[in-house]
Write a protein that binds this ligand. Structure first.
Ligand SMILES: Nc1ncnc2c1ncn2[C@@H]1O[C@H](COP(=O)(O)OP(=O)(O)O)[C@@H](O)[C@H]1O
Ligand SMILES: [Mg+2]
Length: 250
């Protein structure tokens, strides 16, 4: 196979497993499979959606890609710097005891490659990039709104200049108007920085606004994929049709 330098992530025939106790009365273990024969690629600068109901295996897929889940078969080839994450709950991902400037500097502090002055400069630069005022730097997470907190999380994810961002339900906890602002911001950043984004959501409307290409996951399997507009205009899989009907789109 010719190596494609623009292919940042290639997942081939991925199967993931959790090891569970068979029952509380025995110590027998059982393997539970979640992701089933999942294959896809993400190219530089591309936004790929992953759509599926709660419990379908979306987060499990992310854990395998990030190396958190080790029980898997298949291939995961990461051809870029460590992907950065944005989560559903921005409050949970911010240290409540630290001010925003400290929080933003932390990824660089861990790397030990930057002095205090350059960390600070970069933190203010990223705050501006995500549309937040300098004053935010001196606040604690609880002194921000949900939307502002998610912007801080995005800024934090960008501190290390990733090539690939993984956003796991990043707007699911936000009001619809704030959702729209965050989606607009992510789209701007993607264009500006030529970011690739794996964008995960259970919400078809959000996927439609955000993505070029989408994969539909049901019970750990990709049951349909394609470019968003044609897939939503002409869904082939019964599950996709069912999701659209449930969302009142068909
Ligand atoms: N640590 C774990 N141990 C066992 N089962 C798990 C674990 N984490 C998730 N699961 C199960 O894996 C399935 C997929 O979960 P998840 O990947 O979180 O779905 P999604 O992100 O699509 O909501 C669910 O049945 C869930 O209960
Ligand atoms: Mg999840």
């Amino acid at each position: 196979m010719k190596e494609d330098r623009d292919c940042l992530l290639e997942v081939r025939n991925l199967n993931t497993f959790y090891i569970e106790e068979e029952s509380i009365f025995t110590s027998k273990k059982r393997k539970k499979q979640v992701c089933k024969d999942v294959s896809f690629t993400i190219k530089r600068g591309e936004i790929l959606g992953l759509l599926g109901e709660s419990g379908s295996g979306k987060t499990t897929l992310v854990k395998a890609v990030l190396g958190i889940t080790k029980e898997y078969t298949g291939e995961i080839a990461l051809n870029c710097t460590q992907p950065q994450m944005i989560f559903q709950d921005p409050y949970g991902s911010l240290n409540p005891a630290k001010k925003i400037l400290w929080i933003l500097e932390e990824p660089l502090r861990v790397q030990k490659k930057h002095d205090s002055e350059s960390r600070k400069k970069k933190a203010y630069e990223m705050l501006a990039k995500v549309g937040l005022d300098d004053k935010i730097a001196d606040r604690y997470p609880h002194e921000l709104s949900g939307g502002q907190r998610q912007r801080v999380c995005i800024a934090m994810a960008l501190m290390l200049e990733p090539e690939l961002l993984i956003a796991d339900e990043p707007v699911s906890a936000l009001d619809v108007t704030i959702q729209a602002q965050i989606i607009r911001l992510l789209l701007e950043l993607q264009r500006d920085m030529n970011l690739a984004i794996l964008f995960i959501s259970h919400d078809l409307r959000v996927i439609y606004q955000m993505c070029e290409r989408v994969m539909v996951m049901q019970d750990g399997r990709i049951v349909e994929e394609g470019d968003v507009i044609s897939l939503f205009q002409n869904p082939q899989n019964p599950y996709t049709i069912q999701l659209m009907e449930a969302a009142g789109i068909r």
